[in-house]
Design a protein around this ligand. Structure first.
Ligand code: ZN
Ligand code: MN
Length: 482
């Protein structure tokens, strides 16, 4: 039997938790991470008789912003909410309010850069607004099943892509770029550990070179990018083995078990008819008039890939640097502000941002824009290094002092006498001291000239990092040759 080449056919359904203040149809706080169970609830989100939903405008605004950012050709001026009926303990109303046949956004696309330099343009079929359900969990000690309704009514956007992804790795890349976009737009915190981004994957295979679609399986319960990749990879392998053995792939719903790295068959999938969708009678149609849409779209920023391209073009940055600097909007703003204030070669600022500023944002768990060490501080500090007023080492040491004191780098350099030692006499004196104190190393140096670096290091130490290193190296070379 000859081996057949199969092409993976993967589409995703993603649930995105919006970072609004309040829930989608009531005034309860939307973010209840870490809150005790059932403390962020009210009659509306727990479905008490007579309670009526009121649509949160901020949800519509974030949905429109995201729809525009993924190039939806239709951002509907009029969309509708519907009831999706099903019975489950975490759904107190007995139905979920969602958008069924008239969603807010349709026919978009999203470009995913792939590691080989190619890009994959993935069609977004539709995106709609809906509410989240609650959470249930087992309590084996009491033999009970517990329900937490804090998440009932938390605003979500569900995004459905075409089956245009061609590997598990591409699906992972898509999620990485989507997460970046969501944060960039400030639409979602997109923290997967907090379930802000939940992904179902539709997976099938077909003979390479064909275009039809075969029965697919749907993988549920994948909540990290690594898990999405692993689950899809596992399922693609299983389907290839089934088909190679002459069996058919059946349209199952599968659940990914992170611990055992295996897929389990869940219930057979409900059909749409089982949900008995109908228009939500308690809500008006969602009207997004032109003026409102225009006002929202004014807030649409330059998107990450556009900004990356501009950084390469306008600042002559290597693609690698541009990629890192545009990972987060705040970091890219910081780079641009520092670069403008510095006025010199942008690559110099790019290096400082990638080393010192990225380190600071991690240490302080803060976006670059929130650092006490501002872009203006960085520009001034780098200027002092480039003008050879201070050494690089001194500059790095000054960063935390600037952040703590709020004083400008130049003022601290003057107040503490940190200016670089570039005087020939002063450096020569330090070098002589080092040589006098280190007879063994002087001996060893004659056989091993690479030890010069060790001597330079000693001079730097004695000068508390202020010695002009290239000059010290030259002086040491002369003195050691005597
Ligand atoms: Zn509520
Ligand atoms: Mn949904």
């Amino acid at each position: 039997m000859s081996a057949i080449a199969y092409e993976p056919v993967v589409g995703l359904e993603i649930h995105i938790q919006l970072n609004t203040q309040s829930k989608v149809f009531c005034a309860c706080p939307a973010d209840s991470w870490g809150a005790p169970p059932n403390t962020h609830i009210c009659p509306v989100c727990t479905g008490q008789p007579g309670a009526l939903p009121v649509l949160n405008r901020a949800v519509v605004e974030k949905a429109v912003l995201l729809a525009a950012a993924v190039h939806c050709q239709e951002i509907q001026a009029r969309s509708f909410f519907d009831r999706k009926n099903y019975f489950y303990p975490d759904l107190p109303k007995g139905y979920q309010i969602t958008q069924y046949d008239q969603p807010i956004g349709r026919r978009g696309w999203f470009e995913v850069p792939l590691p080989d330099g190619q890009t994959r343009r993935l069609t977004i079929h539709k995106m709609h607004m809906e509410e989240d359900a609650g959470k249930t969990k087992n309590d084996p000690a009491r033999g009970a099943r517990l329900i937490d309704m804090n998440r009932c009514g938390v605003p979500l956007i569900e995004m459905v892509t075409a089956p245009g992804l061609r590997s598990a790795g591409e699906a992972a890349q898509f999620l990485i770029r989507l997460r970046q976009l969501l944060r960039w737009l400030d639409v979602s915190d997109a923290n997967m550990e907090r379930a802000h981004l939940r992904c179902d994957a539709n997976v099938s295979i077909r003979a390479a070179g064909t275009t039809g679609l075969n029965p697919k399986t749907e993988i549920k319960n994948v909540n990290s990018i690594e898990a999405v990749r692993d689950a899809i990879e596992t399922e693609l392998g299983r389907q290839a083995r089934e088909v190679s053995a002459g069996r058919r792939v059946e349209a199952w719903t599968l659940e990914w078990d992170e611990d055992s790295q295996t897929l389990h068959k869940m219930r057979s999938k409900e059909t749409e008819a089982d949900y008995r969708y109908f228009r939500e009678p308690d809500l008006l149609p969602v009207e997004v008039a032109d003026a409102w849409r225009e006002a929202i779209l004014q807030r649409l920023p330059e998107l990450p890939l556009e900004r990356r391209a501009r950084f390469i073009e306008a600042y002559r940055l290597p693609a690698y640097d541009a990629t890192i600097l545009t990972e987060e909007r705040s970091l890219s703003d910081y780079f641009e502000a520092a670069s403008a204030a510095f006025g010199g070669e942008p690559k110099i600022i790019a290096n400082w941002v990638q080393n010192e500023i990225l380190r600071l944002t991690k240490e302080q768990n803060s976006p670059a824009g929130g650092l006490a060490f501002t872009a203006a501080h960085l520009a001034e500090l780098v200027g002092l290094v480039e003008d050879k007023v201070i050494t690089r080492q001194t500059a790095v040491g000054l960063i935390s002092q600037v952040a703590e004191s709020g004083r400008a780098p130049r003022a601290l350099v003057e107040a503490q006498g940190l200016a670089q030692i570039s005087s020939d006499d002063a450096l020569r004196a330090l070098a002589r001291e080092v040589i006098a104190e280190s007879p063994e190393q002087v001996q060893a140096y004659r056989a091993k000239p690479a030890l010069l670096n060790w001597f330079v290091g000693q001079v730097m130490r004695k000068s508390k990092g202020k010695a002009n290193a290239p000059l010290a190296e030259k002086i040491l070379t002369d003195l050691l040759a005597e």
